[in-house]
Every structure is written in structure tokens, then in C-alpha cells.
Design a protein. Structure first.
Length: 452
């Protein structure tokens, strides 16, 4: 049997999903939630503004980074390169997604479900020519008794899977998992920890919507002087809600039989809706490790510049996902030890103009002028291939020759007098004496003219 260019062998061994340590317990947001009838609806939680902002922020910031194919030189330096077996699939992972859309799907699946399953498509050479992010709800890891890992896939026409269920070996799946607390093959989404706070935030917004739909007025009590039967009470309640609430709020009511209306006031503690909503958003941001001010919650730190804040955001929220994707791509594409993938972080950690020019200025002697110009997207110039230093700086080889002497700090001996080119050529002393005689003869003749 073949699917997407690779052979599928049917195993006779019984396969089973991960045990309860990782597969079923994740349905509860906390221990005992099911018994207490506390339900966290996954799809509803995704509608929480803080959850949505954290997930899309992380996914878009990673997706906008360009993936480079790099090779290790004989000096141990990683340089960008291009190979026909790997470069095309990195530029265009599949037939319906761009590189940015593909990595957005990758990261969003990981953050929302804790797992990302990527199916490889191979050609006749067994080279990976396509990558497809699968629906995590319809993909399940399976374990054979001998420990071999397979993946159970369901129908996915866009990925080329036509069978209702098919088992593929782990070699054909890239599995990126996050927070594997209960089982090494089952990841946990941050929503596992923030689902209750997100549900609370949605309830606060829902109650606020109902409150403002009633013209921002709380309910009240319709009080009768005597006892009334339940049927009359229900009729009076319906009449009051129909005629004097919603769009009809504020109309004049005429009450008889000694009845009176007493409006209810809002409890000052319950009225702190904004503070409670802010608290739930901060809890959500903490589970995604995103600084809260980046999603519009809380104040921006006064200390540090833009670069410091970006670096903190990168180390807290992005780096672990970026490193995981790079390693999984290396293993999934089979690049080997001297070849690999790497995200270009210059797009993310780009500095402001003044800081960038200061950094380039301080890099003189380490980077060549052409390497500095490349940071600014400027073309190479003639003579700019070598790092430049000032004239008073000495090379390491020159200093090594000096240190090789018995006394590196001894003054050099005075140079010997140059040997004349031939015996007939006068020496410097003879030339000096001749010039002195000429000056004396000139002075004597001058005095004779003055006396005459």
C-alpha cells in the first residue's frame, strides 16, 4: 500500500493509544472539574481575546522568519547554502500554502492542542517534496507492544489521504509536542492551565453584554403590599419586562393597588469588572509566557528599550518553539550533521537605526565592510572583503614574532653604517668636510670684495 509516495506496511502487532496518563486526563482543566460540572469548552476558550492574541502573536512572529538552509564549513562556521533536495520544500512546503501560512498552521496547532502532526510527501527518490499539517483532532499516536510508534490518520483529501483510517510509521510524521507532562507522546496546550481563567473572562464579558443590553441598568423588585398568587406574579413580571426593559427602559410606569418598584444597585465589588477581566488576561499571558503588554494588557515596562523587550519576549515565548522546529526539520528532512535549517532572526530582532549603526561601528575589525553593508541590505564594494583596523594595531603574527625573542621588551640595536657601493665613492664624512671647505672659501672671497 502506498500513500503520498511512501510504502505503508500493515503490522500484525496490536496497536494501542497512549494510556490514561496522557490521552484522557487532558479533558479536565483541573482535578475534579468533571465531578463539579465545571466544563471548559475548547472552541469557546479560543474566542477569549487574550488567548487569541497570545496564540496569533507567537504564530505570526515565528512564521514571518525566513528559514535558511545552512551548511557547516571546514572552519566550523554555518553559512547559508542551497540544495535541490531541500531548498524547494523549505520555500514552498505544499501546493496550497505559502511558507508563512504553513508555519502559522504548525504553531497554532501546537499552541491550541499541544501537538502538531506534519505528514511528509516523498517522490520516487524518497526525497521529501511536500509537508502537510494534519488536523490534531483526527491524528493519534499508536504504540506497538515492542515500542514501535505509528500514527493513525483519518481522511484528509487536501493532504492526499483518501482512506478512512490508515497507519503510518513514525518516520513519515514530524510530531512537534509541547508540555508532555503525562505522556512523552502527548503534548498539552497552555489552555490546559488557562482554560478556567479564559472561561471566567468570557463569562464576565457575557454578563457585561447582558447588563449593557438592559440600558446599563440593573434589575429591581416589584413589591405588592399584600400576598399575590404565583400566576399573578408571573403575569406582572412578564408585563413589566415587556413594557419597561430593553428598548422600553425609561418609560413612565403607572402602578396601582399599592405596588412599588425598587431598583437594585450594583455591588461595588462585583462592579470591578475591568480589574477582574484584566486579571484573567494576565493569567492567560503567563501560561503562554507572553509579556502582557504585548497583547494590550498592563503597562509597558519603563526600564529598557525596544530591543531589550523584544529579546525578553524571544527568550520567554519564542525560542523554545523555534529551536524545536529547526531540530524537527533537520531530522524530518534528513539533512545530516553538516547541513541543517535555521530561522533568520534578524527580522525579529531588528534594531532601530541608531542602535544598528552603533553596533556596526563597534564591529569594525571583526566584520569586514562588506559584511557590515550586508546588514543594511547594501551591495558589496571593491576592497571591502577584509576587516579594517587602525594602523597602530599589530597583527597577532607580528606580536608572536616579538614574543619569540629572549627579551621581547629589549630595545633593538642601532643599525650599522651602510657599506659604500664602491671604494671610489666618498663617505658621508668626506662629503661633509668638502661642503664645509666650500663654505669657508665662499666667505673669504666675500670679505675680499667688501675690503676692495
Amino acid at each position: 500500500m502506498k500513500i503520498l509516495g511512501f510504502d505503508i506496511t500493515r503490522t500484525k502487532a496490536a496497536l494501542s493509544p497512549p494510556d490514561n496518563r496522557g490521552w484522557y486526563r487532558i479533558l479536565e482543566s483541573f482535578g475534579g472539574a468533571w465531578q463539579r460540572n465545571v466544563e471548559v469548552n475548547h472552541e469557546s476558550v479560543l474566542a477569549n481575546s487574550a488567548v487569541f492574541a497570545c496564540m496569533t502573536l507567537i504564530a505570526s512572529d515565528i512564521a514571518k522568519l525566513r528559514v535558511k538552509l545552512v551548511q557547516q564549513t571546514k572552519d566550523g562556521i554555518w553559512e547559508e547554502t542551497s540544495r535541490p533536495a531541500y531548498s524547494p520544500v523549505l520555500r514552498k512546503p505544499n501546493h496550497f500554502q505559502t511558507r508563512i501560512q504553513f508555519f502559522e498552521s504548525w504553531v497554532l496547532s501546537k499552541l491550541s492542542r499541544g501537538n502538531t502532526y506534519v505528514l511528509k510527501k516523498r517522490d520516487n527518490r524518497r526525497v521529501v517534496v511536500g509537508l502537510y499539517v494534519l488536523d490534531p483532532n483526527r491524528t493519534k499516536p499508536m504504540i506497538a507492544p515492542n515500542g514501535d510508534i505509528y500514527y493513525q490518520l483519518s481522511t484528509d483529501n487536501i493532504a492526499g489521504i483518501e482512506e478512512s483510517q490508515v497507519m503510518v510509521p513514525a518516520s513519515e510524521i514530524i510530531h512537534d509536542r509541547f508540555n508532555c507532562m503525562f505522556h512523552p507522546l502527548v503534548g498539552l496546550s497552555p489552555i490546559f492551565a488557562s482554560g478556567l481563567a479564559a472561561t471566567q473572562g468570557l463569562k464576565i464579558q457575557e454578563n457585561s453584554t447582558n447588563f449593557f443590553a438592559n440600558a446599563s441598568k440593573p434589575g429591581g423588585l416589584l413589591i405588592a403590599p399584600g400576598r399575590i398568587d404565583p400566576d399573578n406574579a408571573a403575569r406582572l413580571k412578564e408585563t413589566w419586562e415587556t413594557n419597561y426593559t430593553g428598548k422600553n427602559a425609561g418609560r413612565i410606569a403607572v402602578l396601582g393597588d399599592g405596588m412599588s418598584f425598587t431598583p437594585l444597585t450594583v455591588d461595588p465589588i462585583d462592579s470591578q469588572m475591568i480589574e477582574q477581566l484584566k486579571w484573567t488576561a494576565e493569567v492567560i499571558c503567563s501560561t503562554f509566557h507572553v509579556p502582557s503588554f504585548l497583547v494590550g494588557v498592563g503597562q509597558e515596562p519603563a526600564a529598557g528599550g525596544v530591543q531589550d523587550r523584544t529579546l525578553r519576549y524571544y527568550t520567554q515565548a519564542l525560542q523554545v518553539h523555534i529551536e524545536a522546529i529547526e531540530i524537527l526539520l533537520d531530522e524530518g528532512l534528513g539533512t545530516g550533521e553538516k547541513l541543517g535549517t535555521e530561522f533568520d532572526l534578524d527580522t525579529l530582532l531588528r534594531m532601530d537605526g541608531a542602535s544598528q549603526m552603533e553596533m556596526l561601528k563597534n564591529s569594525a575589525g571583526i566584520l569586514s565592510p562588506n559584511e557590515q553593508r550586508a546588514k543594511l541590505d547594501k551591495p558589496k564594494v571593491e576592497g571591502g572583503e577584509s576587516p579594517m583596523v587602525q594602523q597602530q594595531n599589530y597583527s597577532l603574527s607580528a606580536l608572536a614574532k616579538r614574543d619569540a625573542k629572549d627579551d621581547p621588551f629589549a630595545k633593538d640595536a642601532a643599525p650599522a653604517a651602510p657599506t659604500p657601493a664602491n671604494e671610489n665613492e666618498p663617505t658621508d664624512a668626506e662629503r661633509a668636510a668638502a661642503r664645509a671647505g666650500q663654505r669657508a672659501l665662499l666667505r673669504e672671497k666675500t670679505m675680499e670684495r667688501l675690503n676692495a
